[in-house]
Design a protein around this ligand. Sequence first.
Ligand SMILES: [Zn+2]
Length: 267
Amino acid sequence: MRWMKAVGACALMVTVAACSTSPTGRSQMLLLDEQQLSQMGAQAFDQYQQELPTVSGRQLEYVQCVTRNVVQALPEDQRNQNWQVKVFESEDANAFALPGGYVGVNTGLLDVATNQDQLATVIGHEIGHVLAHHANERASTESATQLGMSVVGTALGSQGVTGSDQLMAAMGMGAQYGILLPFSRSHESEADTIGLQLMADAGFDPRASVQLWQNMSAAGGGQPPEWMSTHPAHGNRIAGLEAGMNDAMARYEQAQARGLTPSCKAP
Ligand SMILES: [Zn+2]
């Protein structure tokens, strides 16, 4: 119990690099390194492609165009990654971004996100999860909780054994699927905040974010899309977006003044 509390508070260093701060200033425990996360991202992206047919042509070009523009607004190390984009044939209004530079959008989302600014809202949000290391944090927290004593005990009790190797071994082959699980509400709110800034920095109109989530809510009816099931309650989400809107509008105007005026043609 004592160990669990220490892990939860991020006070116990399994590795020196384990304690980190998210882009919005939240303290987080990150036990996996970026290379491991990128590998998991690549495997999950492959898996997704085996399960769903991909589409090309104008739908793909459209999603690539919006993604390319959002990526231009990322910090340099993320911007310079080779971002791969796929459009999947599926009615579920779903999208994801994965560590390592992978973006997937379902055709069903293009019926809900009806213009480039709304699509940029979703892609900004998904890339926001990646920038804030949410998959790493979730895997680290869950594993540390599950394995608590053994991992912590091993890390403390031996020299030269890194916590992340222990974790990867313990998580086994299922690890790559884990990064496609739903995120917590606090992660969702943080991804909204980061996504709003990203889309505005890229020159997309941040006001479209409110309309997008209204469309999403309407399209969901009584049964929200799976990926929204842990997303913040609709009213909270809109309130969160509106709280960030003044800052986002200033960013948007600066981007426009710098000549960032994306024009991606919806299919
Ligand atoms: Zn999300």
